[in-house]
Design a binder for this molecule. Structure first.
Ligand code: ATP
Length: 237
């Protein structure tokens, strides 16, 4: 299965607050797109709206041939979108393996679950080593890997990642970067939301800049990273 994510005229309001304002973009199948922006720019709300987790108005929302506006929030994962929420939200009192298996609960073909589990352990050997440990005992970086591994258990075509670098040391940020590269090499599409613009420019091919709920700039990541305004505001250079 393959397919582009195409988002047209997406808005999110929380009461009187307009968190996302008529945003449109696409993520080609297997491509890497980033969204950067300051605190409160509307990045998280955009991802939540794609997953159907917050009330939204949208002109069009498709993944390949699937019209996601007609899909219930609980079924979005089944249609090939994995979600790694901000703050990881692993189940601290469950083992690493139980956390991963929870990511597979929507799969219709349960027989392949063990194979996917092995693939996740191949990608993140540390999770395999710690499979019987409680998730709460993992370090921040390991929990981030677990959250990503859990999203992979549903065999997504596209993964939405919300601030995977948050709270991680520079060394672990490098590790996240290499994880994103491996996911991309495995053919997954990525939509990466970050306050860390440097990481985002390195990890993605195209990038959107959000301010006050709107997309104010968009283009190739390499090109945006050379833009004087972007360098000043988002890279602090
Ligand atoms: P952050 O990096 O802090 O997560 P963000 O770019 O992801 O920021 P959002 O979390 O989407 O931004 O927030 C966008 C706007 O919507 C902000 O003004 C925020 O205060 C507001 N907002 C977010 N969630 C809610 C909510 N549940 N109820 C009311 N307002 C909200």
């Amino acid at each position: 299965m393959s397919g582009d994510l195409v988002v047209d005229d997406l808005s999110v309001h929380y009461g009187g607050v307009r968190a996302v304002d008529s945003v449109g973009f696409s993520v080609g199948a297997g491509r890497r797109v980033g969204i950067i922006g300051a605190n409160g720019a509307g990045k998280t709300s955009t991802l939540k709206a794609l997953m159907g987790l917050v009330p939204r108005s949208v002109g069009g929302l498709r993944l390949g041939s699937v019209d996601l506006t007609k899909v219930k929030p609980k079924d979005v994962v089944r249609h090939g979108i994995g979600y790694v929420p901000e703050g990881r939200h692993v189940f601290a009192g469950l083992t690493v393996e139980k956390n991963l298996l929870l990511g597979a609960y929507l799969r219709s073909w349960k027989g392949k679950t063990q194979q996917t589990l092995r693939e996740v352990y191949d990608m993140f050997p540390v999770l395999g080593d710690m499979r019987h440990r409680l998730a709460g005992a993992l370090s921040g970086g390991q929990q981030q890997m677990l959250a990503i591994g859990r999203a992979l258990m549903s065999e997504p075509r596209l993964v939405l990642l919300d601030e995977p670098s948050m709270g991680l040391s520079p060394r672990l940020v490098e590790e996240v970067l290499s994880i994103l590269q491996r996911l991309s090499e495995a053919g997954l599409g990525l939509l990466l939301v970050e306050q860390n613009a440097k990481l985002t420019f390195e990890a993605t091919e195209r990038c959107l800049v959000m301010e006050n709920g709107r997309v104010v700039m968009a283009g190739e990541s390499a090109q945006l990273s050379r833009d004087p305004l972007v360098r000043q505001v988002y890279l602090g250079l």
